[in-house]
Design a protein around this ligand. Structure first.
Ligand SMILES: Cc1ncc(COP(=O)(O)O)c(C=O)c1O
Length: 477
C-alpha cells in the first residue's frame, strides 16, 4: 500500500538524492563548518502534520535547503568539537542497504545476525578477549556502559556490605548517568583525582580503596578510561587491572574515544591492560568513522551477560530449526528487542578500508594534534593546557596577560562562539583546573594540515574580536 505508484519516478528521484549526498561529501570543505539556521528556517519546522502526503521531490528539496546546511557539521574537516566522527561515503551506502533490507536484529534465524557476531568477533580478537566473552552492538558508549554496569551488578555475589565505585575525575559523565539509571546511589562513586597527565592517580586510588575497605565498604567497580573526553588521556589500564584483581572488583573500561586506536601498532602498547577488562564500552561512530550511531559492549563473562538479559518469554521461544532457531540472539544480551542492522555499516567500513588504512587515519589525527600543539607552544598569546596524548589539544588564549583568570575565561568562551560563527573551524569548550580552555579534538578523517591553519586563523580573528587590547599587540607568531 505504501510502495510507490511509479517505480521509474522513484528510481530517478532516488538517484538524484544519492548524487546530492555524493556532491555534499565531495565538496564539504568548501562550505562553512557550521552556520546558524535563520529564524524562517527554524519556523518551517513548526507546522502541523498535514492530512495529505507531499511529493518526494518536494521533501528532498526541503532537506537540501533547510536541513542539510544547518546540521552540526561533523562531516566537515574543520569540525573539532566534542568527539564526533566524520562518517564516510562507504558507510552512507551501507546505511542505504541496511534501510532497504530493514532487518530487525533482535533475533531469529538470519544471516544479518552472523554479520553482527562477526563484527563482535573482530573486536574480541582486537582486544584479546576470551572466546567465551560476549558482546552486543549499541547506540553508543553511554548505552554500552549501562549494559556493562547492569551485568556487573548481576554478577555481584550476595553481599550485605556497602559498595564503592572508583573512576577518575576526568571520567565521562556517562559513568555517573549509568550508575543512576541502574539505581545505584550517587555517593558510592569515588572520583579519584588525576595526575599531571590527566590520568587517574593510582596511588590515590589505592589509598581510597584502603580507606573504604577499613570501613567495611566493598570495592565493586573500578573504571578506567582509554582516551578521556577532555584531554584524551589514557589511564594506566594495567595498573587498574592489577588492583581490580587484587581487591576482587569488576574492571570496566570506557574506550569510547581511544579503544579503536588499538588498530595502530604504535598506540596499542599504551592501551595495554585493556585485555584484562571485565567489560569494555567503545564506539565506532567516533574515531572509527562509522556513521552514527554505533557502539559496542564487550563482556568477559559471556554467560553472566546472557543470564543478566535473556528472558524466557513464550513468544521468544527458540527452536532447533526454522525462523526461531539460531540461538542465542542479540536480544539476549541487551535492553532492545527490536534492533536495527547496525552491524552492516561497521562490517562495510572495516572491510572496505582494512585495518591498515584505519590505523593510518588514526595516526594521522595524532600527528595533526602534535602539529597544532607545536604551533600553540610557539605562539605568544596562547598556552597549551594539557599534554597531547592522542588527538585532543587543549589550549587557552592568554592575550598580553593583563587580565585576571576570570576575564580570560570569559574571553575564551566568547572566542569559541566567534570561531563557530566564522565557519572556519568548530572547536569546543571545556574546563581544566577550573579554567576555560579551547579544545580541538581531531577525530574527523577528512581533517588536514590546512584545516589546522584555518583553526589558528579563526583563533586569531576571535582574539582580535573578543579582547579589546590594541590589535598590533596581538600579533600571532
Ligand atoms: C570518553 C567518553 N566516554 C563516553 C562517551 C559517550 O559516548 P556516546 O556519545 O557514544 O554515548 C564519550 C563521548 O564523547 C566519551 O568521549
Amino acid at each position: 500500500m505504501l510502495d510507490p505508484e511509479n517505480w521509474t519516478d522513484l528510481r530517478k528521484q532516488g538517484h538524484d538524492m544519492l548524487d546530492d549526498m555524493f556532491d555534499y561529501l565531495q565538496n564539504i570543505q568548501d562550505k562553512p563548518v557550521w552556520q546558524q539556521a535563520p529564524n524562517d528556517v527554524q519556523a518551517s519546522f513548526q507546522h502541523d502534520l498535514s492530512e495529505q502526503g507531499q511529493p518526494l521531490s518536494q521533501l528532498h528539496e526541503q532537506f537540501m535547503q533547510n536541513i542539510l546546511p544547518y546540521s552540526v557539521g561533523n562531516t566537515h574537516p574543520g569540525f573539532m568539537g566534542w568527539v564526533h566522527g566524520g562518517g564516510t561515503a562507504v558507510g552512507m551506502l551501507a546505511e542505504m542497504l541496511r534501510a532497504g533490507l530493514n532487518a530487525n536484529l533482535g533475533g531469529r534465524n538470519q544471516i544479518p545476525i552472523d554479520v553482527e557476531w562477526q563484527v563482535l568477533g573482530w573486536m574480541r580478537d582486537l582486544f584479546a578477549f576470551p572466546d567465551d566473552s560476549s558482546g552486543v552492538l549499541t547506540t553508543g558508549t553511554s548505552s554500552a556502559t549501562i549494559l556493562a554496569f547492569t551485568t556487573a551488578r548481576h554478577a555481584l555475589s550476595a553481599t550485605s556490605k556497602p559498595l564503592a565505585v572508583y573512576a577518575s575525575i576526568e571520567a565521562h559523565g556517562c559513568i555517573t548517568r549509568a550508575l543512576k539509571i541502574i539505581g545505584m546511589d550517587a555517593n558510592i562513586l569515588r572520583k579519584i583525582p588525576s595526575n599531571d597527565d590527566y590520568q587517574m592517580d593510582i596511588r590515590l586510588l589505592q589509598e581510597q580503596i584502603q580507606t573504604d575497605q577499613q570501613q567495611g565498604i566493598q570495592p565493586w567497580l573500578i573504571i578506567g578510561t582509554a582516551g578521556s573526553v577532555n584531554t584524551g588521556a589514557i589511564d594506566d589500564l594495567s595498573a587498574l587491572a592489577d588492583i581490580a584483581k587484587e581487591v576482587g572488583a569488576w574492571l570496566h573500561i570506557d574506550g569510547a574515544l581511544g579503544a579503536i586506536a588499538m588498530l595502530s601498532s604504535s598506540i596499542a602498547p599504551r592501551l595495554q591492560g585493556i585485555e584484562h577488562a571485565d567489560s569494555l564500552a567503545m564506539d565506532f561512530h567516533k574515531w572509527g568513522q562509522v556513521p552514527y550511531d554505533a557502539g559496542l559492549v564487550l563482556i568477559r563473562d559471556g554467560e553472566q551477560h546472557r543470564q543478566c538479559f535473556a528472558a524466557g518469554d513464550s513468544y521468544l521461544q527458540r527452536e532447533s530449526e526454522g525462523l526461531a532457531a539460531h540461538s542465542p540472539w542479540p536480544c539476549d544480551y541487551g535492553m532492545d528487542l527490536s534492533r536495527g542492522f547496525r552491524a552492516l555499516k561497521i562490517w562495510f567500513t572495516f572491510q572496505y578500508f582494512g585495518k591498515k588504512r584505519l590505523a593510518e587515519m588514526i595516526e594521522h589525527s595524532c600527528a595533526l594534534a602534535q602539529y597544532l600543539k607545536t604551533h600553540i607552544q610557539k605562539t605568544d598569546h596562547l598556552e597549551l593546557m594539557a599534554p597531547v596524548s592522542l588527538n585532543i589539544v587543549c589550549f587557552r588564549y592568554i592575550g598580553d596577560g593583563s587580565r585576571d583568570d576570570q576575564a580570560y575565561d570569559a574571553i575564551n568562551r566568547a572566542m569559541i562562539c566567534h570561531i563557530h560563527a566564522s565557519g572556519l573551524a568548530a572547536p569546543s569548550l571545556t574546563y581544566l583546573h577550573h579554567r576555560a580552555v579551547i579544545r580541538a579534538a581531531i577525530v574527523n578523517h577528512r581533517t588536514q594540515i590546512n584545516d589546522i591553519g584555518k583553526l589558528l586563523a579563526g583563533v586569531q580573528q576571535a582574539a582580535q574580536a573578543c579582547d579589546s587590547i590594541p590589535h598590533e599587540r596581538l600579533e600571532f607568531s
